[in-house]
Each structure stands twice: as C-alpha cells, then as structure tokens.
Design a protein around this ligand. Sequence first.
Ligand SMILES: NC(=O)c1ccc[n+]([C@@H]2O[C@H](COP(=O)([O-])OP(=O)(O)OC[C@H]3O[C@@H](n4cnc5c(N)ncnc54)[C@H](OP(=O)(O)O)[C@@H]3O)[C@@H](O)[C@H]2O)c1
Length: 327
Amino acid sequence: MRAGWYEKTGPAHDVVKTGEIDTPTPGPGEVLVRVHASGINPSDYKRRANVKAAAEFSRVVPHSDGAGIVAGLGAGVSGLREGDRVWIYNGQWKRPLGTAAEYICLPARFVKPLPVNTSFVEGACFGIPAMTGYHAVHVGGLAPGSTVYVPGATGRVGAYAVQFAKWRGARVIASTGGGPAQIDAVKLLGADLVLDRKSADLEARILQETGGRGVDRVVEVDLPGNIAFDERILNENGSVVSFGAAMVPSISVTQMGRRARNMSVHFIFVYMLADPTFEAVCAGVNECADAGKLKHRVGGVFPLAELARAHDTAQRTTATGHMVVEI
Ligand SMILES: NC(=O)c1ccc[n+]([C@@H]2O[C@H](COP(=O)([O-])OP(=O)(O)OC[C@H]3O[C@@H](n4cnc5c(N)ncnc54)[C@H](OP(=O)(O)O)[C@@H]3O)[C@@H](O)[C@H]2O)c1
C-alpha cells in the first residue's frame, strides 16, 4: 500500500518519506479501513519534530485521525460492515501505523460511523479536535443557561468548542488574537460575541457582558498563560477546562476570593478517555454533525506525496484550521 512515514525525528523535509509498505491484516477485534483522508494535529508534528527523543518505533506512519471505508473485519467484530463510511480515532497512538497510509488496522472501538453529510476530509478532523472540543464543553456537566468563554476560538479545538457550546444552548463569548478577519471567521461559527484577545479591555468587556458575574466555563488552550486572567473572569462555581499541551510544569492557582470558591479546573487528555465517557463523546460528536450543526475549518488539503509539505505547513501555521492529507 502507499504510505508516508519517518524513521527518525527531525524537520519534515529531512525525515518524512512516502512509498510502498506492506498492507496490514486485521487481527481479532480489529477493523481494516481504507483511509481516504488523514488529519494532522499538533501531537503528530510535535512527535515527529522532537529531535530530543528518538522516533517511537523503527518506522512511524504518522497521524491519529482519519476517515475512510471499512475494507475488512477481524474475528469477533460486530456492528460494522465492509463498505461502511467511518471516522477513526487514535490511529498512531501507542502504535506504529497511523492514518497516513492507504490502509490501517484498528481496534473496532476506535472506528465510528461517519455522518452522511460529512466528507472524508471533514471526518478526518473528528478524532482529536472535535472530540476534545466536545469533551471540553461537557466535562463535569454544563448547567443550563451557562456562559462559556473560548479563547483560541480560531484553533482546531477551539472552533469546535464554540459550536458544541452553542449546540448545548450556552451563551458563547469567544476571542482571537488574529485580528478582524479571524473575528469574522469565529462569528461564522455561531459565537454570540467575539472579542479581540489582545485588547486592553478584554477583562472589562467580559465582565460587563456577564453583568459582573463572569463566565461559567473557560475552554482554555493556554492555562499557564491565562489562569490569572481566567480567575478574574470566572463566575462563582465556574470551571476552567485545560486542553492545551503543558508548556510549563506547574501553575499557581488562587485559593482565596469569591471566584476561587467552588472553582474547578479540569485537565483533559482526549487520547485516554475511559468508557463510558469515550463512547458518549463519540456519540455526541456524531449527533451534532448528523444534525448539520458542525462547520469544519479546513486550512489545506494535500496529496499523500506531499506529506512532508503538509506537516511543515501544519507546524508553521496556527489558527488556520486543519491540514488534511488525501489518499
Ligand atoms: N488535551 C488534549 O487532549 C489535546 C487535544 C488536542 C490538542 N491539544 C493541544 O492543544 C493545543 C492547541 O491545539 P489546536 O490543534 O487547537 O491548535 P491550533 O489549531 O493551532 O489553535 C491554537 C489556537 O490558540 C490560540 N492561542 C494561541 N495562544 C493563545 C493564548 N496565549 N491565549 C489564548 N489563545 C491562544 C490561537 O488563536 P488566536 O491567535 O487566533 O487567538 C489558535 O487559534 C496544542 O498544544 C495541542 O497539542 C491537546
């Protein structure tokens, strides 16, 4: 089968190759999927680019996310049939062969039906970004009438968080540091109010818009950078949900004051969701997509032969949407 891979870590153009490798065969409980689209996430290019560590396996076919068609079933798999359109989760997570290939074998629980209104390219954005956005909105429960603040709303995860929060009936205040064009892009996602993250009156605007109470939830991409701010704009009993990768090993949290009382901080990591949360998140993503309520910010589509360029583009850009490889 055609595939892309790297055998050592480093810059994409130095280490990423494409060519032919053996097609895998599904073992018991596994599904063989003909991959049509493979989504790139920060974890994919960070692992490939991290020259301080060796590649996880002697050959890594990268990417966790993808979408395609069921091409074979291992013994004992039920609920899926050959020809089904599916999206895939945790492709290259703790295993060498990810979705940047014509075929992948995965445990059946990581293979979910792709809504009919969703293309393969769009489905390749579900695994990490949509699931993280969904979980960030729902973890610990979101009370009716809540106001959710999403900084980084132009991000892969943030854009989905805006939409899932709206779908749940929350009032959504979002922000971006990307200027007027990005503010307009976030408005198209349905946010009730989109603010300039870099403006001096951001805190005052959020408090003014919430009658001085503050927001009930922050979906936080940069907890170390923003926790002090988040504490000041959080309502009593509010929660901060941190999904961004840790840039510093520890943060300080205020234990005194009105907002700190009953405040909760959730650290979420989508790759290791336990059942039944995992199944609820997958079902919720599909329900929202089935209802036609999800927009997808695809920033670029590349052929497999240009996998190195796709990685490089994903790594160099932020807030531009998903980079997807078509196979
Ligand atoms: N925990 C998990 O399971 C999980 C899952 C997915 C991703 N992640 C991690 O989450 C991070 C974001 O991933 P992504 O795919 O969404 O990245 P992305 O598409 O590049 O988006 C990042 C967003 O963060 C915003 N931003 C940058 N600095 C900010 C700051 N200081 N305060 C507020 N917003 C800021 C940018 O928006 P503006 O510049 O427009 O404001 C940008 O839209 C990465 O570190 C990734 O590894 C973790």
